[in-house]
Design a protein around this ligand. Sequence first.
Ligand code: 9Z3
Length: 323
Amino acid sequence: MSTAGDLLENKYFFVNPKPEYLDDLISKTQDFVNEQNNITTDDKLVLVTSGGTSVPLEDNTVRFIDNISAGTRGASSAEQFLFKGYKVIFLHRQFSLQPFNRHFNKSINTSFLDYFDTNGEIKPKYKEEILKMKKLSETYKDNLLILPFTTVNDYLWSLRSIAVLLNSRNCIFYLAAAVSDFYVPYDKLPKHKIQSRAEFQKESEKHLDDTGKLVLDLDPVPKFLRKLVQTWANRSMIISFKLETDPELLIAKAKQALENYNHQLVIGNLLHSRNREVMILAENSEKEHWLRLSEKNEESTCIEELIVDEITKTHDFWMQSWK
Ligand code: 9Z3
């Protein structure tokens, strides 16, 4: 029996055109998966999504709505999965943080050129860290496929295309990207830049009210987690993230997500403490538990090391349960 949600999800891909580069993304993913021979061996693979999706307000986009995410969670988790022996597909918001490189563009005090002296040599105080990250990125380069998205539409098309290629028990979907809840469907999207003065508005593209206010009309983004869990990747382990700002809502919303979508695990975090603590709620478990960085280990560890350690153990256990 199809529900109203199903209809919305199915309609989505008819109304919203696929990104131009999608075929290229699919063939890169196919090559990566085949090269690794992943689906037929015991190799483990993870799709990490990272960064925020944008919602264009115009087809020729000048203005857009964005979701907050630097890409730290995704990029840092991708590194940790590589260290654990996983092959990683890193689907990230273009220009957000990337594994290994992230260590050099996260500081507001240091820009790219600050790493070099006037002769173009790397300054000694940065050399050790640069060489370390360069070595790691070379070591893992064949195990890492980096793919970009910008809009929520790019993201959804890419997620669906990649999911059906990876759908197997040895794959994890680790959905850390911050995905918009609302968007403008393509059939309602103004072609050209929305005019800020009424006299330049075309009759067919009226967005200002009589007082000159811009009135936006956004549709809810269909709940694709349901499709992912039930159809596209119904053999894989799926982990979603829940971002809240009100601490009183976090646990309830995480529980609700597990009940609604029946996937394996929700990781909840609050905006301002997301780099220090997260809560984990697994299917069939009564209670959530927290992972926290202590003051002692804050300097030497990142929270993603704790998260990925736990996730990979759960994945091992979960794969065993299917054998
Ligand atoms: C997260 O909650 C991520 O942990 C963050 C990471 C985006 C907070 P940063 O990249 O931040 O380290 O700066 N991601 C998921 C957010 C999201 O959109 N979840 C949806 C929701 O909460 C559902 S899947 O409803």
